[in-house]
Structure formats: structure tokens, C-alpha cells
Design a protein around this ligand. Sequence first.
Ligand SMILES: [Fe+2]
Length: 298
Amino acid sequence: MTIESPDDLFERLQKDIFRQGYSEIAFSMSQQELEEAEQRYLQFLTLPAAEKEKFEIWIPGLHRDNPSKGTRFGYKDESRDEGQGDNKEYFHHGHFLRKGLAAIIRVSPQEVKYFIEAADDVLAAVERAMEPVYEAFDTKVSGFAESFNQTPYIFLRFLSYKPVSKGEELAIGHFDRGALTLAMYENRDGLEICPATHDDFHGKTNAERKDKLERVLRRLQPVSHSPDSAFLFASDAISSIMADKEGYLTQFPKGYHRVDEKHPEGEPHERRTAIVAFISPKEGVVIGDWNSRHPSAR
Ligand SMILES: [Fe+2]
């Protein structure tokens, strides 16, 4: 990819995001390096639960509806049976974890150290890749770059879906948490994205809502990664960040996405993995509730 001016980059991002719900930006890690990071994450997952569960640190003040509610960095084992999430194990890496859990990392098994080293590299690559994006948005929304540069609220998520029952979806349609998402790795196809706003899911009657949802689902398009680039899309909090800014960005479309992959009948389930970063500004206050991120699940 050639170097673009901030104005040109914004124009390209805007055009892509309005048309297809995402754009692509240059990302400095190769597929091979990302696979290496993925393998180190899978090695981390082989550790006993007690070892993995040491990686937990809570940051308050990020939930729009309830600022006293914490947000987790670290390891999480989530089951659909026990709550609203998907069946997955994930790890949120970030600066808070690096600092807050430094003493634990120092005395951890090799698997942990190797994984955290790789996660540090991916996090640094995310920060490098996002700088021009912040500058691009800054051409239209003044203060954007100042508010996102060196934000500690990058949740770098290493994700591994667990087997689900036959016919069950791996990840139901949703908007991501945070303001911007950078998705740099999936171990296989299956991710689908389209542009959507909250209005796409609201209707006066159930019939209207159903009709609107069907239209959104028809717009979903399968995507696959091209080398040395990552998908950029807007997420749940983009509207609240833009709401007090100049008009047109308030309806900036977000990337509505799901994983269209069901457990294949009669075949052993192989882990599906992904690496993705949820990015919020330094001011925080950016995570909406589960329903606002899963507007089709109500
Ligand atoms: Fe997502």
C-alpha cells in the first residue's frame, strides 16, 4: 500500500466503511508472524486453569450505563450456557495488564512469557498501524488524534472458540465494544461484515424490526485477510464519541459482523482462532451494554 495523506486516507476509509462496513489498512506483521503469536496463545491455553486465571485485572469507569462496573484485561473462559456470550476462551492484552501484572509475568512459566512477548509485538504493531487512522479522522473531527494517540484502552483480544453443538453459530451478529476495531488475524474464512447503524435494528413493530434485520443479514459479505493488512471498522461507541461533534459522523456506519461457521456434522472440530484489537479513546466511557452491541438478539 502506498502512503496516503490524512485527507486521502479518511476519504478512502469513509468510502469503504459506508459501502462495505470495513476498510483495510497496512499492518506491519506478516501472516507467519501472526500465526506464531496464535501458536503461543494456544500454548498458553494448555496451562492449568489456575495458572491462566492469575491473569485478571479490572479497569473501572468504561461502562456507559454503569461506570462502577469493571472491565477485564486478562484471561476469560466464557460459556454460552452460563450467560450471554459465545463459547470461547479469550485473553485481553494491554498496557494495564503489562504494568499491573508485571510481577506475576516475571515468575510465570515459559509458555506465559513467550505468549506475552508475542502479544507485546502485536500490540506495538496495532499502535503503529492506527496512528495514520487517528490522523485521518482528525482531519474531520478535531481532537480525534489527541484523544486516541497512546490510549491505554486498547484491548488486544486473542480468541479461541470452543466447540459448539452441531448447527450452533460460533459468534452471533454484533458490534464490537470500543470505538474502532482492528482485526488482523483469523485462522480460516467465515467472518462476515456489513455496514449498519442502530437505526437498522429499530422499528415500531416486531414485523418492521424483523424486516429490517433480514435486510441487514442480506448485506453481510464474507471477508478474508490480504497479506500485510488488517480490517478496520467502527464499533459500538463511535456514535457516542461523535455525538457532540459535527453532524454527519454521528451516523458513521459500524461494522456489524458474525462468524458464519457451524460445527460441521461428523467432523472433528478444529479450534477457530482470531486476533483483534478493540480501541477506545483516552477519555474512556465507551462500552455500551450487551443489548446495544447485539441489537439483533433482543
Ligand atoms: Fe466481534
